[in-house]
Design a protein around this ligand. Structure first.
Ligand code: V47
Length: 382
């Protein structure tokens, strides 16, 4: 027993040696390398590799922004199995803000110093295309400078249907109204079987890809995400990361824009599932901290062509997000203020972090905090 355990350990070490060597020689990691990394218990060694990669890619700086997340409606016609945000029309807690209210949220955010708003909502059949265009125009009228990152690919697909335009023309109309970038949501795990199991009616992996690829082609930057710890396999995670890498390769070669940032999102069990847990055996319990760090680090190593990797503190938790800065992340999102996509965060609904806290979290990791704009450019302070 003793002997076979040590042989196994030696094999694992030599596998990691090989991966480290590949990284040193600037070679790309493969699917098999991704699986090896996930099977290894040497989380700190993997973390060190990822930290090195992050330092080589982004230097010693860690980004944050002064931002605000705004949700215009939680009414949604879809029924994704992981979601705690959606409400049916007429259900307790369902809301839809009119355009003026959304513009007012943005106005208040700007008064508080925000340079960026992140706007998403449910797929509400009762809102027409003009609602979305007027929302963007209303916020753009407040300021030519506020960065508007809005509407996941699933919302864009809905807007394509509502506008009766092509994907490209829909995006162009939204850009004309003020849209600055697409957030990364809705990718979940880009795998047909996974989508069939988890969110069959919502969309398809190819459509998510198509919308982001079109955006890149016409000069609209986007983000990408991975929802992990729900029902997916490790194999599906690795394939998802490599699929994002392929999309980014294409964008960097042919596009006018690309993925600006990757955000790994740990599954957080919604309250309704906890209440009905016996009916939903497929929803696992929360993923643990080492698995979060492993996923953050492996994402940095596999998704080697997306410069910025975000530790999204409302979902990763504040403390783990700080540690993530030494496991390959280089962006802490921002001040956020309200986050309601998940109904229970790791930090008991901590919804905002004062900028001083964000900066000191970064300084403690021996990095330099840098406030960024929506295009990942440092904001110069006068
Ligand atoms: O698409 C939904 C995920 C996403 C749960 O682009 C859940 O800067 C965990 O994409 N547990 C929306 N995850 C959030 C998102 C995002 C967040 C922060 C920054 C950016 C960015 C994008 O949240 C959804 C889905 O993948 N999600 N429910 C849940 N219970």
């Amino acid at each position: 027993m003793q002997q076979s355990a040590s042989v196994e350990n030696r094999d694992k070490t030599s596998d990691l040696d090989q991966i480290e060597q590949k990284l040193e020689q600037g070679q790309r990691l493969t699917f098999e390398d991704g699986m090896t990394l996930y099977q290894s218990h040497d989380i700190f060694r993997i973390g060190k590799m990822a930290e090195k990669k992050a330092l080589e890619t982004c230097g010693n700086q860690v980004f944050y922004s002064l931002n605000r997340h705004i949700n215009y409606t939680n009414i949604c016609k879809f029924n994704c199995k992981f979601c705690g945000f959606k409400r049916w029309h007429g259900e307790d807690g369902a809301y839809t803000h009119d355009v003026d209210a959304v513009v007012d949220f943005a106005r208040q955010a700007m008064k508080d110093g925000a340079t960026e708003v992140h706007i998403v909502g449910g797929i509400h059949p009762g809102l027409d295309f003009d609602y979305y265009v007027d929302m963007l125009k209303g916020i753009r009228d407040l300021s030519p400078d506020i960065h508007i990152k809005a509407f996941t690919a699933v919302e864009i697909l809905d807007l394509v249907k509502k506008s009766k335009l092509s994907i490209e023309d829909t995006l162009l109309a939204l850009m004309d109204a003020g849209l600055g970038a697409l957030p990364g949501g809705g990718a979940e795990i880009l795998d047909d079987d996974y989508f069939n199991q988890v969110c069959r009616s919502k969309s398809k992996p190819d459509i998510w890809t198509d919308i982001h690829t079109t955006a890149h082609r016409i000069g609209l930057h986007t983000n990408c995400t991975m929802l992990y710890g729900f029902v997916e396999t490790v194999e599906q995670r690795v394939k998802h990361l490599l699929r994002l890498r392929d999309i980014q390769d294409q964008a960097l070669e042919h596009g006018k824009a690309n993925f600006q940032c990757f955000i790994p999102l740990p599954y957080l069990k919604p309250a309704w599932i906890s209440r009905e847990s016996s009916e939903h055996e497929e929803s696992s319990d929360l993923i643990d901290g080492l698995e979060d760090l492993r996923t953050i680090a492996i994402s940095r190593l596999l998704l080697d062509n997306v410069d910025n990797h975000k530790a999204f503190w409302p979902m990763q938790g504040v403390n783990l997000s700080q540690v993530a800065l030494t496991f390959g992340s280089n962006d802490l999102d921002g001040t956020v203020r309200y986050y309601t996509i998940v109904d229970k965060t790791y930090d008991n609904n901590t919804n905002t972090l004062p900028v001083e806290n964000i900066r000191s979290m970064i300084v403690e990791t021996n990095r330099i905090p840098v406030q960024r704009d929506g295009y990942y450019r440092p904001i110069q302070k006068s």
